[in-house]
Design a protein around this ligand. Sequence first.
Ligand code: SF4
Length: 249
Amino acid sequence: MSSNYNKFSLQTPWLSKSGVLTYDFCPRKFYLKKIEDYDLPESDALQKGIKFHNWIDELFDNIDKSALINGETTIREEYKRHFPDDFEAIDKQEVDLYTNFIEMEEERWEETENKEDFFPIKTEEFLSDEDLMFHGAYDRLDKYGEEDGEDVHIVYDYKTGSYKNYRESNYRFQLCGYRHLIHKNYDKYNVKYGGIIFPKEKRIWTEELKTRSINAFEDRVKRTRDSILDRDFSKTGYCKYCDFDIYCR
Ligand code: SF4
């Protein structure tokens, strides 16, 4: 299994999903971020996202699975019991994030026939593919069900922001990337589906990852790398939506 982090450079042009999406947004922004190493201070939204991801990551390691299965505790009790000791929500939106997620998990618990399948197989795993020079960390890998007598799996990402219809192709790209990394590193999983969980809106966007999308993922990574190596760092972004405008000349 390959899980080393390799920093991007023009000599070792490793890419991640966020590198490709940044380049697609604006090649100049990619240059400023990845080559000139400019960065922004963490916003409140980013801090909330990191805190939420850390909580979920530790949650599944720590909850008492047997007590849940035996009915000695509930999802609500168990999830609340594992809030970080120093947890303090910044605002109501942040409270809603956790409350909504717990409600979504209660519904999922009710709907899951075999309670063992409720728990993720893996959470927050960083993987890499040396051949494609691509790496990334997915949030959660679950059993989705059985098809033709074989287990099939689903990979999930959590987003603390809102679902955006115009970002669906990016969601698909990201999930195909995680699928690619899981298949490259493990023989035993068949990741046929992908999902993005938006607790803020109590919404899950799920899709079967089709061959066309899987091929498009690899093509997009290679095409982006070729453009980077051709030193195409043109200013072709949407400047009015860009948080790097303070660095850009
Ligand atoms: S301000 Fe405009 S040109 Fe500069 S990095 Fe941002 S999107 Fe690109």
